[in-house]
Write a protein that binds this ligand. Structure first.
Ligand code: SAH
Length: 209
């Protein structure tokens, strides 16, 4: 999996190391274990999917392009929207000081607690809640990353982002279901937006259930 990611052009050594440190097989059902290292999204229950490793790597690398501490090479506090099976949250735990990971589906949120227990990751904080509202108690965030796509980036994320930080999220940019990866950077002068490559994520929904 890592060889394939480097061949695809992923150059961020810290991201490669983080993906190398997290065994993706632990996050998928036993029946899918054989496919855990393929570069593909896989079902995780309740109609949701674990993201493709190449997309996780790409998005985490983009996030690291923002407010990374030059001394440690790490991000400070990061907000992860859409915990799903917890894979991306644990990858993030290797490149950030603290990870606040939000999931709106109770079933997935509870399952992740079980998945994470043996991994002993002390800097991932799992929150059952509507990620569209963000998580003000952890703000300001060095980075905000989302694994579910809405028609726009929720204003709460922009408010909870630190100056110098980045939001990396899929957005339904044309309003017709065609998504693209969007990077928003908060500078002292205001916000910058970049629309990058097409992506395909599950929808961002409001409320918990
Ligand atoms: N990063 C995850 C990907 C999970 S798919 C992983 O590594 O497995 C995206 C997740 O976003 C789904 O579990 C979905 O339930 C969740 N989601 C959608 N809208 C949300 C919202 N408003 N708040 C929190 N989670 C949300």
């Amino acid at each position: 999996m890592l060889r394939q990611l480097s061949a695809q052009g992923l150059r961020d050594a810290q991201v490669l190391r983080a993906l190398g440190a997290v065994d993706r097989r632990r996050f998928v059902e036993a029946a899918l274990a054989r496919r855990a290292y393929e570069d593909t999204a896989l079902p995780i229950g309740l109609g949701q999917t674990i993201s493709k490793p190449s997309v996780v790597a790409r998005m985490v690398a983009l996030l690291r392009g923002g407010l990374t501490d030059p001394a440690t090479g790490k991000l400070g506090r990061v907000l992860d929207i859409g915990t799903g099976c917890g894979y991306q949250a644990v990858v993030l735990s290797h490149v950030a000081d603290e990870v606040y990971s939000m999931e709106r589906l109770r079933g997935l949120h509870e399952k992740v607690r079980e998945t994470l227990r043996p991994l002993r990751v002390s800097n991932v904080h799992l929150i059952l809640g509507d990620g569209m509202e963000g998580f003000p108690s952890g703000a300001p965030y060095a980075g905000i990353i989302a694994a579910a796509s809405g028609v726009a980036v929720p204003p709460a994320w922009v408010e909870q982002l630190a100056v110098g930080g980045r939001i990396v999220a899929p957005v339904d940019v044309r309003g017709d279901g065609g998504q693209a990866l969007v990077v928003i950077e908060k500078t002292r002068q205001g916000l910058t937006h970049a629309v990058l490559e097409p992506v395909h994520f599950v929808p961002l929904k409001s409320g918990i259930s």
